[in-house]
Design a protein around this ligand. Structure first.
Ligand code: SAM
Length: 201
């Protein structure tokens, strides 16, 4: 989907994926550092970036959708936290080096070359000891009606993520069925991969 199509999806007042953070992200709360920089990648309407900011991290939400980021700022104000928003296309965003204590990549489905570029960028942008928390749909999601791309080429397998993040220490790689309850966008049984990785200290 183009940035304009995402803007259209986010045009309504309601939050397409809800305002509550992703369940996999919350489950890692106990591992998060108390201070440091966080990046919520392709954060849409900001539910995950706002939650990371609420944990005390200096958080940047990046997305290509101006409409999504405006709602992210609104949510941050409602929750009383500061959120930096960056409107950018991952195709040409210049990744910083060794910067983030935490990167959240939640349902960021990209075509092959851009996915590789993005995952290489994540690997470099984590500071030593930094954590990547990622959730994405697997090809099995094509049989589910709970959201996600309808294109096999945009869905991720465990082998693919292991290859992309070979330079990181993989602490958890889980795959299987979960019950999604994330706004109208992700609702019902879904087939996901949940990955937790760390850059060597
Ligand atoms: C399924 S939504 C997930 C949003 C958010 N991560 C969440 O879980 O609520 C995917 C997001 O990826 C963003 N996105 C897709 N391709 C992108 C790109 N090339 N550059 C920046 N953002 C992109 C879209 O604008 C959209 O907000």
């Amino acid at each position: 989907m183009s940035a304009a199509q995402w803007d259209q999806r986010y045009a309504a007042d309601d939050y397409h994926y809800g305002t509550a953070p992703n369940a996999w992200l919350i489950s890692q709360a106990w591992r998060l550092p108390r201070i440091g920089a966080a990046l919520a990648l392709a954060d849409g309407e900001g539910r995950n970036g706002v939650w990371l900011a609420q944990q005390g991290l200096q958080t940047t939400s990046l997305d290509q959708s101006a409409a999504g980021l405006a709602k992210a700022q609104h949510l941050a104000q409602q929750r009383g936290v500061v959120l930096r928003t960056v409107q950018a296309d991952l195709a040409d965003w210049v990744w910083p080096e060794s910067t983030y204590a935490v990167i959240a990549s939640i349902f960021v489905h990209l075509p092959d070359a851009l996915r590789r570029r993005t995952h290489a960028g994540i690997t470099r942008a984590l500071r030593p000891g930094g954590l990547l928390i990622l959730e994405a749909f697997t090809p099995a999601q094509l049989a589910c009606a709970s959201g996600g791309p309808r294109d096999l080429a945009l869905l991720y397998t465990e082998a693919l993520l292991r290859e992309d993040f070979a330079a990181l220490e993989l602490l958890e790689v889980l795959s299987g069925e979960v019950l999604l309850d994330e706004g109208p966008g992700h609702r019902g049984p879904g087939q996901v991969l949940r990955l937790l990785a760390r850059r060597a200290a």
